[in-house]
Write a protein that binds this ligand. Structure first.
Ligand code: FAD
Length: 379
C-alpha cells in the first residue's frame, strides 16, 4: 500500500501528527513498534496542553496546584499556582487515547518495528519487522523518540545532549501519604549532580525519579540515595528508564521528511519537559506537511515556526541549567530565589501556557539583582 504520509512512532508527537493528517484527508499510516508500550515518564503536563488538545477529564488523574522545591540543605519552598495546575497522566492510557483518536479520524495503524528506510526520487520504502510487507510513502514524519531510527536512516544531524532518567513506581504507603496532592522537586547533588529529582503522585501510585547527563554518573546509585533520603523502606513495583534528548537537533526538516518530539530533540533543558513540545511539534509538523502535500510549500516552514515560537524558552532554560545546576551552593541559591512570589508567578505563567510573560520593569530589576546576589553568594 502506498500512503501520502507515514508517521513512524506512536507516542504523543506521532499520534497527534497522524490525527491531523488523517482529518485533512491525507492517506496516513501510523507505525508503532509496540502498542502496549509504556513510555517511562513522569506524565506531568501543563494546563495549556490539556486545553489546546481537549484532553478528556478522566485521563487527567490529578490536578495539582501545590508544589514544593527542596534545596541541598533541606530548605523547603512551598508554592501555590493560583491560576492553574499541573495535570498528571499515565502514559499507557494517554498514548493509547491519542492513537485511538488518530485511527477514528482515518489513519491506518500498523504494529511493527521500522528497520530500514530506502529513499528514491518519488518517496520512501519502509522496511518492517515481523516479515510484514514494506510500506511505501511519499513523505515521512519521524516521531520515534530519543533513539530515532528515522533520523539515523535519513541522515539528520545527531542528537547532541542526552540525559538518562530513571523512575520507580511505589504503591501508596504511610511515608508517601503526604505526597498524595503535591508535586515535589529536589535540587540536590546527592540526588542529581546536573538535573533534579521528582516526586509525582498518580491515583494509584507515586512516581519517583531522577536524571543525569548520559554516561556521566551512576544513575541507579543516585536513585537509591534519593529513596533513602525520602525515607522509603518499601520496594517499588516498577523500575523504568529512558533517555531524554535535551537539545534540538541542528536541523529537523528536510525536503520530504521531518522529525517531531523527542526524535527532533524537542525537550526543554532544566526541567526535561517533552510532552507539550512533542504534541505541539506534531501539530505544527502535520500542518506544514498538509501544505507540502497539497500546495508544495516547503517543510522548512515547520522548523522555522517551531524555533520562532519556542527558541526563547529553550534558551532561557538552558542558561538557567548551566548557571544554577553546577554545584550544591548554586542549587541552594536557586531554591532561595524560588521563594520570591514574582519569580513563582513568572515561572508558573510561562510553564502553564509556554509564553514568556514580560514582567513589569521594577520586578525584572528586583529579580536581576537577586540573581546577582545569589550567584555571587553561591559561587
Ligand atoms: C523518566 C522520564 C520522565 C519524564 N517525565 C516527563 C514529564 O513528567 N513531563 C513531560 O512533559 N515530559 C517528561 N519526559 C519526557 C517525555 O516522556 C518525552 O518528551 C515524550 O514522551 C516525547 O514524546 P514523543 O512522541 O516524541 O516520543 P516517545 O514518547 O518516546 O514515543 C516514541 C514512540 O516511537 C516508538 N518507536 C521507537 N522506535 C521505533 C521504530 N523503529 N519503529 C516503530 N516505532 C518506534 C516507541 O515505541 C514510542 O512509542 C520524561 C522522560 C523520561 C525518560
Amino acid at each position: 500500500m502506498r500512503y501520502d504520509v507515514a508517521v513512524i512512532g506512536g507516542g504523543p508527537s506521532g499520534a497527534v501528527a497522524a490525527a491531523i493528517l488523517a482529518k485533512a484527508g491525507l492517506s496516513t499510516v501510523l507505525i508503532e513498534r509496540n502498542l502496549e508500550n509504556v513510555k517511562p515518564c513522569g506524565g506531568a503536563i501543563p494546563l495549556g496542553l490539556i486545553e489546546e488538545f481537549s484532553i478528556p477529564e478522566p485521563l487527567v488523574e490529578k490536578k495539582l496546584s501545590h508544589m514544593s522545591v527542596r534545596s541541598p540543605k533541606g530548605r523547603m519552598i512551598s508554592m501555590e499556582m493560583p491560576n492553574g495546575y499541573v495535570g498528571m497522566v499515565r502514559r499507557e492510557r494517554f498514548d493509547s487515547y491519542l492513537r485511538d483518536k488518530a485511527v477514528r479520524l482515518g489513519a491506518d495503524i500498523v504494529e511493527a518495528l521500522v528497520r530500514e528506510i530506502q529513499q528514491d526520487s518519488s518517496g520512501y520504502t519502509i522496511l518492517l519487522s515481523k516479515g510484514l510487507a514494506p510500506i511505501q510513502a511519499d513523505f515521512i514524519i519521524g516521531a520515534d523518540g530519543a533513539n530515532s531510527r528515522t533520523a539515523e536512516e535519513l541522515n539528520f544531524p545527531p542528537n547532541e545532549l542526552q540525559v538518562i532518567a530513571m523512575q520507580q513506581r511505589f504503591s501508596y504507603c504511610e511515608r508517601l501519604k503526604p505526597y498524595e496532592d503535591l508535586v515535589e522537586i529536589w535540587f540536590d547533588g546527592d540526588v542529581s549532580p546536573d538535573f533534579y529529582g521528582w516526586i509525582f503522585p498518580k491515583t494509584d501510585h507515586i512516581a519517583i525519579g531522577t536524571g543525569t547527563e548520559f554516561r556521566k554518573h551512576n544513575l541507579k546509585a543516585l536513585q537509591r540515595r534519593f529513596i533513602e533520603k525520602i525515607g522509603i523502606t518499601e520496594q517499588p513495583y516498577l523500575d523504568e528508564a529512558a533517555k531524554i534528548p535535551m537539545k534540538p537537533r541542528t536541523s529537523f526538516a528536510q525536503d520530504r521528511a521531518i522529525l517531531v518530539g523527542d526524535a527532533a530533540g524537542l525537550v526543554t533543558p532544566a526541567n526535561g519537559e517533552g510532552i507539550f513540545f512533542a504534541m505541539r511539534s506534531g501539530k505544527l509538523g502535520a500542518q506544514a506537511m498538509i501544505e507540502r502535500v497539497k500546495n508544495n510549500k516547503p517543510l522548512a516552514r515547520y522548523e522555522k515556526e517551531f524555533r520562532k515560537l519556542y527558541n526563547q524558552i529553550f534558551f532561557g532554560l538552558q542558561v538557567l541549567q548551566s548557571v544554577y545546576y553546577r554545584n550544591d551552593r548554586l542549587r541552594e541559591s536557586f531554591v532561595a530565589i524560588c521563594e520570591d512570589r514574582d519569580v513563582q508567578q513568572i515561572t508558573f505563567d510561562s510553564y502553564l501556557y509556554k509564553k514568556m510573560v514580560p514582567a513589569p520593569w521594577s520586578v525584572q530589576m528586583k529579580i536581576f539583582l537577586k540573581n546577582i546576589y545569589h550567584l555571587t553568594k553561591g559561587s
